[in-house]
Ligand binder design. Structure first.
Ligand code: HEC
Ligand code: HEC
Ligand code: HEC
Ligand code: HEC
Ligand code: HEC
Length: 443
């Protein structure tokens, strides 16, 4: 990691923060001009090779990548709707900012703005593509697209003994194995208000995973959930040398919904398995109760599998919540909490893990560009647990009552999906991350 880009970003931040402070009190005013972001590099998009080119020799990696949220980062309809709305409301001032991570080649080539992608080249439309990532030469943990790239004949990667290929030169770079490589985009700060919107890297950095050097790649670039298992294989089609370890490129997180919508069912299933490996539940119940005797029951939720908070990233769009249902022997519901209402919304009074942000006047918003403060933050740090308590009423008759707790997740709330994708659309996929039941005997 080189220092130049860090210094540059810091400098930029100072300028932006000062600008942000002077107008912070007047949330109604539109932005003064384009928000300058990231590195001061510009280049033609034709300098980047299309992913289809890499496909010839890296077929497996290509198939993994094409169904990843990286390949879909620009075309993803939830992003599109949000980016268009942002563009309208800011007169295009935040277009380049959003594109710097979601369509980095389009950002570097100044093909965005306009935000609608009408000037976007085909190579840029495919989001975070092979030749973008493999020409990165500098990154910084500050995030906000603080990368520098050198597109050309040299592809940088994890091997210091690359086999020869006529198509490109290969060079080892240590940054590919570092969490900071991912931090360059997975650490998101509003440059105008200075509010940290997503801090996956910082969460990881302060967790027990950082000293153990269990990086993002160790969990997100291996087959199946969990920290690195060796994944021996060939890095290109038809090469003679088998590598002790190769890295997978589906890079699933928790987004099942968008992958299903885009028709990548295999990737969606992997994301589901990832979510189901992230948390464990524990139930603290009394063994017996008398008729009509209520109880305060305990549901413990442990972040047992993620290397960052649960959930992480831009959690103003996401929802993770507890559903608790108590039934008697006949199946009559005695108590429920967190059961979706008829509109598919998580009802008030539920235990929801997410963040909520407000604009400078303190009004709740999901507009990233005007987010100035965090007004609600309930998430589970890596390797930690939280205890939740539910006051359940007494059962009138002797017998057994069953308590069922489920931890549920969706990558975007139904309300937001209706708002951006239209009301007629299908429900957002809800994934059951964990489920546990217990019995109490009433006598
Ligand atoms: C988001 C950035 C990113 C994208 C997009 C990406 N890669 Fe990678 N790739 C990496 C990283 C990081 C590693 C090495 C991980 C490590 O060393 O821990 C890697 C490793 C590799 C390797 C080394 C050998 C192997 O099998 O693991 C090859 C080859 C490769 N990528 C090719 C591609 C191709 C081809 C594409 C597009 C189809 C692509 N990559 C897309 C980040 C990316
Ligand atoms: C003609 C076949 C061919 C094409 C096309 C091709 N590669 Fe490769 N690539 C290879 C071979 C062979 C290796 C060496 C594999 C090894 O050393 O095990 C390799 C290695 C790599 C590495 C690892 C470099 C290192 O030192 O770690 C990266 C990254 C990479 N390719 C990226 C790309 C990208 C991006 C594209 C598309 C722009 C691409 N390749 C197109 C054949 C190809
Ligand atoms: C110990 C394994 C592990 C490590 C290390 C790890 N992750 Fe994750 N990550 C997970 C699991 C499991 C999930 C699924 C649960 C979830 O969605 O939070 C996940 C989810 C995500 C998501 C989806 C966000 C969400 O909450 O819906 C993103 C983005 C992500 N990881 C990025 C990263 C980055 C960037 C790093 C490094 C700074 C990293 N991860 C390190 C295991 C890991
Ligand atoms: C150029 C910026 C960039 C880089 C570099 C980058 N990412 Fe991402 N990543 C994104 C964006 C943008 C998305 C979200 C796309 C969307 O949801 O529209 C994303 C999505 C993801 C997701 C899926 C999130 C979900 O909700 O399911 C995971 C997991 C992830 N990245 C991991 C990584 C890891 C690991 C690395 C480092 C090896 C990395 N990323 C490097 C920009 C980047
Ligand atoms: C510094 C990089 C970065 C910038 C800048 C950025 N994003 Fe993202 N965005 C991400 C990453 C990474 C994810 C996915 C994982 C997560 O939640 O952290 C994401 C996810 C999203 C999602 C959720 C997509 C889904 O499928 O649920 C939306 C919507 C979004 N971004 C909109 C925007 C808008 C609008 C802007 C500009 C105001 C913007 N982003 C700027 C990195 C960035």
């Amino acid at each position: 990691m080189k220092k130049t880009s860090c210094i540059f970003t810091l400098l930029l931040f100072t300028i932006l923060l000062t600008a942000g402070c002077s107008k912070g009190k007047d949330p109604g005013v539109s932005l003064p001009g384009p928000i300058p972001v990231g590195p001061a590099q510009t280049m033609d998009s034709a300098e980047f090779e299309p992913a289809g080119m890499c496909q010839y020799c890296h077929l497996e990696i290509y198939e993994q990548w094409q169904g990843s949220m990286h390949a879909l980062a620009f075309t993803n309809p939830v992003y599109q709707a949000e980016a268009q709305k942002t563009s309208r409301e800011t007169d295009g001032a935040a277009d380049a900012f959003c594109a710097s991570c979601h369509a980095p080649i389009g950002f570097l080539a100044q093909e965005i703005p306009p935000a609608d992608g009408s000037k976007l080249s085909e190579v840029a439309r495919r989001g975070i593509s092979c030749d973008f990532c493999h020409t990165i030469t500098e990154v910084s943990a500050d995030g906000n697209a603080s990368y520098r790239v050198s597109p050309g004949i040299v592809k940088y990667g994890p091997f210091n003994d690359p086999l020869h290929t006529p198509l490109h030169d290969s060079e080892y770079s240590s940054i590919y194995n570092e969490a900071e490589f991912c931090a360059t985009c997975h650490e998101v700060t509003n440059p105008q208000t200075g509010l940290v919107l997503g801090a996956t890297y910082s969460e990881w950095k302060t967790s027990g995973f950082a000293p153990k050097r269990a990086t993002c790649q160790d969990c997100h670039m291996t087959p199946g959930p969990g920290v690195t298992k060796p994944n021996p294989g060939y890095a290109a089609t038809g090469v003679p040398k088998k590598r002790e370890h190769t890295w997978t490129h589906s890079m699933v997180g928790g987004n099942v919904f968008n992958l299903e919508q885009a028709g990548f069912d295999g990737h969606a299933l992997q994301a589901k398995e990832n979510l189901q490996a992230a948390a464990t539940l524990f139930l603290g119940l009394p063994q017996t109760l008398s008729p009509y005797q209520g109880a305060n029951i305990n549901v413990r939720v442990r972040n047992s599998g993620a290397g960052h908070s649960l959930p992480t990233g831009l959690t103003m769009f996401k929802e993770m919540w507890l559903e608790v249902v108590v039934t008697d022997e006949k199946g009559n519901v005695l108590y429920q909490n967190g059961v979706l209402d008829q509109n598919g919304a998580v009802p008030d009074g539920s235990v929801v893990y997410k963040t909520t942000v407000a604009d400078a006047s303190g009004k709740e918003t999901t507009n990233l560009w005007e987010a100035a403060s965090v007004i609600y933050d309930r998430r589970i740090p890596p390797q930690k647990y939280v205890d939740e308590f539910f006051e359940i009423p007494g059962a009138p008759l002797p017998g057994k009552i069953t308590v069922q707790a489920r931890l549920l997740y969706r990558s975007v709330s139904q309300e937001k999906a209706n708002q951006v994708l239209g009301n007629g659309m299908a429900g957002v996929t809800v994934v059951e991350m964990a489920k546990l039941s217990g019995e109490i005997s009433v006598r």
